[in-house]
Design a protein around this ligand. Structure first.
Ligand code: SAM
Length: 205
């Protein structure tokens, strides 16, 4: 699988697709209702793209008046990071990184979130092991991931060929990487159509 580069052109195409399906709305919904965040949490958005997840977290932190929350995000694509800077404020520590070579120390994050990125990583097992390494004991990851389906095969044609996983297969990968309490979630009823696109998986270190 040759990885697709998310340059400006692909980024524009991606924004059109996600907005057509109200994906940012669905992510905001799920983050608000289902992802617990506490004061002083340290959070990482892996493969952040133009910041859909980070923005939803910034909004939740503001809405719940949480204090001391530290947000980090990275992406391999410089163009996506430029788009991120346009969308999110300066309160996120942003870096250009490859998920396969994370420089973070062991056990630093309370929460690692990632959306529609692991599908593009050839050695997903290593990426999951790195997530686990960077999480504090008891820390959680939430993975938003495309389903394996004929619809997604068509939708993602212009974005390379993402490698999609069924929940049982992905759960196995997480368990092999050392995660426990692996659970599947749905998007809330207010964004129900996104359940046709993907699955949301929560796992604990
Ligand atoms: C489909 S986009 C999703 C972006 C964002 N997470 C979202 O939900 O809108 C996939 C993103 O993964 C990034 N990506 C792909 N391979 C990566 C890697 N090895 N390390 C870091 N980011 C990567 C791409 O640059 C792109 O921004």
């Amino acid at each position: 699988m040759s990885p697709i580069i998310y340059d400006n052109t692909v980024c524009k195409r991606y924004k059109i697709l996600v907005n057509a399906f109200f994906y940012p709305h669905g992510i905001r919904d799920f983050v608000q209702k289902r992802i617990p965040i506490k004061n002083n949490d340290k959070i990482l958005d892996a493969g952040c793209g133009y910041g859909i997840l980070s923005k939803a977290i910034l909004e939740k932190v503001k809405r719940e008046r949480l204090t001391g929350v530290e947000q980090h995000a990275f992406d391999i694509s410089a163009d996506m990071l430029d788009a991120f800077r346009e969308r999110c404020d300066d309160n996120v520590h942003l870096q250009q990184l490859d998920v396969r070579q994370l420089p973070y120390k062991d056990g630093v994050f309370d929460l690692i979130v990632t959306s529609a990125m692991l599908e593009y990583v050839p050695d997903i097992e290593n990426a999951l092991v790195s997530f686990r390494r960077c999480l504090k004991p008891g820390g959680k990851t939430y993975v938003f991931m495309s389903r394996k389906s004929a619809l997604n095969d068509v939708l993602f044609l212009p974005f390379g060929k993402p490698r999609c996983y069924s929940f049982p297969k992905f759960k196995n990968l997480l368990i092999r990487a050392g995660f426990r309490d692996v659970n599947k979630h749905n998007f809330p009823p207010t964004s129900f159509w996104l359940n046709a696109w993907g699955i949301i998986v929560e796992a604990v270190r």
